[in-house]
Structures are given as C-alpha cells and as structure tokens.
Design a protein around this ligand. Structure first.
Ligand SMILES: [Mn+2]
Length: 415
C-alpha cells in the first residue's frame, strides 16, 4: 500500500532514513540504507526539486515547511505521533483553550469525588505548568481527596480548596466528566468549561467549550504530559513527580501499562525515582475500610450466570474498594451500593477475563432514570451516582436482566 503511494522499496528506505535524521550526507544515506550511491543521488535530486529536501553545504535535511512533509511523515510515523504526542484533533482543542486561558489568566481546576492520585497529580502538574504562562489556577476538590493523594501532598504541599467563594471565568474539569462526580458543582453559564479526561463521556461532555479526552489513555496524567509538551512547558522535577504519581496509580503500578506509558515514564524518571513514587502511593489499609469490607461480605447477594459469579452488596462507604476486593477474590462481577439520605452511589467492577465481552458503563446506563442520576467510568470499573436511594431492589433486578441479556444466560441465585 505504502509502495503504491511512494514508489519503489528503495525509495521508501531512503525516505525513512531522511525522516529519522536531522541532517545527513548522501554517503551516509547510501551506507545506512544499502542503496547504491548513484540511486541515492538521483532520489535526493528529485526530493530537492520537489522542495522536500534542502541542501545545506554538503549536508541535506528535510524541509519541514514543505506541504508534503506532514503527509509523508504521517505515512511512516502516524501511530507514534498520535499516541505519544497529542493527536491533531486534541491539538485543535488545545488551540481553542489556550487563547481563552491567556486572555483571562485565571481558572479553577476541578477534581472528582475522593480525588485519586491521577486526578490530583494531573491537576497540580497542569496548575504548575500553566503558571509558567502567567495563568493562575486554583485547585478544587469539591468532595475531598483520597488517602493516597493526601500522602502525595506531604512531599510537595499544594493548597487544595474544598469550597469556592467566587466564580471563575474558566472551569477545567480534570479526570472526570460528570456533574455527580464533582459534587454537583454549579458551573456558571457565562464561564467556559474545559474537560481533560480519560473516562467514558459523562453528562458534562457535550456542554464543554473544549475537551481533550482519550478513553484509550490509561491515565489523565499522560494527557497532561502531552499538553505540557505541546505547550513547550518545562517539565520540572515537581511536575514530573505529580505526573508519575498519576500514571503509576492509574496503570495499577504498570500492570496495565502500554509502551507509551513506559516511554513517558522514562522521560519523567530523569528527575525522580520510581521507588519514591511507589512508597508514597503505598498507603496501608486502615481499619475502617477493612471493617466496611467485612460488613459488605456479610451482606453478599450472589448469583451464578453460566460459569460466572455475580455479587451484589451494600455499604456505607468504600464501595469501589469493596467491589475491587470482591473481583480479586472469587467473583467475576461485583456491584456495590452505597446509599445515604438522598444519595445513591454504585460501584461496579469485573475481572479482566470479561474485557471486550462486557462494558459495565453500558450495564449501569439502564438504571440512570431509576436512580435519578448518571453512570460513567470505564468498561471494567464503572460507577453511577444518583438521587434516589430507595431503588436498590429495582436497580438490582434491572442489572441482573441486563447482564442476562448481554451474557446470554439465565441467572441462578446462590443460596
Ligand atoms: Mn484517572
């Protein structure tokens, strides 16, 4: 396919070499590509006449202003440029954000409920980065930060607001995309909303003025790193530290990391030690969450779905940790309800072997009306928040039906 566009295999080899090297001589080109010197000379002359290559004394270099440069470069390196740097769609969104930020020079960065290291790390890294451009940002945790996040702030303290008294011209919602997850914070109509997130689309998605989102990304920290790179902002030791915290935590200590996560980690480790990040993120589990787990185990309601085990439980707190513990022990799917006076929070988790077969966000969607709220998150770790805590029984039966349809089998209660 690429040969049809560019011509012979030799020409492709020559192009690959040219694109990888800043400056080169024809001799170097011939030696490295094993292409005859006379062919190299002929091709280089062709590229010079098309202005693709420019001559610089006896050295040559690719003319990056040439209109063909991008398209040829993308043919070879498309995958890398999109995954490592920001894709062109996201670059356009950033170009939409920056003039507004530079005009107002003030914004608030909003993190999600119980802000985790990815939310906090991304927020602080972005805030520090934007300060370089004279943009002042406050960070708001409308529904608190997690224990791990509190530990991170012991190393590099940063003021985190729990309430805001004024309105801001710009709201940057980070690592989250739905109103319920940010404590139903009121975003004034006249303010502009930016979203930087790697979760499934939430209810804020369509109201945003600009958004840099990537559901394929394992962390929001990766997106923030790409943004800072794009803005040519110096990634200091402190910024690297915060980004590493987010990336390490959200890849589950690299268990689900891909090659780009490792590439970024390598860059960030120039100034930080991985062992420091690991020890900061490792927070011993305290007795209150262990008690919540034991209580939730006592309230288990279990079903067999073919070869799978589905469990429901109820708790007053720690619903996502409980669901995670359940799928790590014996269950394939765990759905845990946390009901308060006029609040309901549901956390759903599944085992890795169901990846691609089931999407928990889609499973939770049908109960949105019932709970009077919305569902979001990832295919393997989803959550829903709403305002009707009295619907647990009904929600359970809808969820069982939904899972029966998707998995094409009948459920059987395990008594
Ligand atoms: Mn995240």
């Amino acid at each position: 396919m690429i040969e049809n566009i560019l011509g012979s295999k030799t020409k492709i080899k020559i192009l690959q070499f040219i694109l990888k090297n800043e400056e080169f001589s024809i001799k170097q080109l011939s030696n490295t590509t094993n292409v005859d010197l006379s062919i190299c000379i002929k091709d280089i002359n062709d590229f010079i006449s098309s202005k693709f290559v420019v001559k610089n004394n006896n050295q040559y270099l690719v003319n990056k202003n040439n209109e063909h440069y991008d398209s040829i470069f993308n043919l070879f390196f498309k995958e890398n440029t999109i995954k490592f740097g920001l894709s062109s769609r996201r670059k356009k969104e950033l170009q939409k954000m920056m003039p507004v930020l530079l005009e107002h020079k003030s914004a608030v960065i909003v993190m999600h409920h119980n802000a985790d290291p990815d939310s906090l790390g991304s927020a602080v890294a972005l805030s520090r980065g934007l300060a370089n451009l004279g943009i002042k940002t406050d960070i708001l945790a409308p529904a608190g930060i997690s224990k791990q996040s509190a530990n991170i702030l012991k190393t590099y303290p940063y003021p985190i607001l729990t309430k805001i008294e004024k309105t801001y011209p710009i709201y940057i919602v980070i690592d989250v995309c739905s109103t319920e997850q940010i404590g139903n914070l009121d975003i004034p109509k006249e303010s502009k909303l930016f979203i930087i997130d790697h979760h499934k689309k939430g209810n804020l998605y369509d109201t945003a003025f600009a958004k840099i989102t990537d559901m394929e990304s394992h962390s929001t920290a990766k997106l923030v790193y790409q943004i800072l790179m794009e803005l040519k902002i110096n990634v200091t030791k402190e910024i690297s530290f915060f980004l590493l915290c987010g990336l390490v935590a959200d890849t589950a200590f690299f268990k689900i990391a891909d090659k780009h996560d490792f590439e970024i980690t390598v860059q960030l480790l120039d100034t930080n030690k991985l062992e420091d990040i690991f020890s900061i993120l490792w927070v011993p589990e305290d007795v209150s969450s262990r008690i919540a787990k034991v209580k939730a185990f006592k309230r288990l309601d279990a079903y067999k779905l073919g070869d799978l085990i589905l469990v429901f439980s109820r708790t007053g707190s720690f619903e996502s940790q409980i669901a995670l513990t359940l799928v790590r022990s014996a269950c394939n799917i765990a759905i845990v309800f946390n009901t308060k006076n006029d609040d309901i929070r549901i956390s759903a988790r599944m085992r890795h072997d169901l990846k691609g077969k089931l999407d928990l966000v889609q499973i939770l969607k049908p109960i949105e009306k019932l709970i009077n709220g919305s569902a979001g998150g990832h295919d393997m770790a989803a959550s829903a928040n709403g305002k009707n805590p009295k619907c647990v029984r009904d929600a359970k039966s809808v969820l069982i039906k939904e899972l029966e349809t998707k998995l094409k089998c009948k459920s059987k209660a395990l008594n």
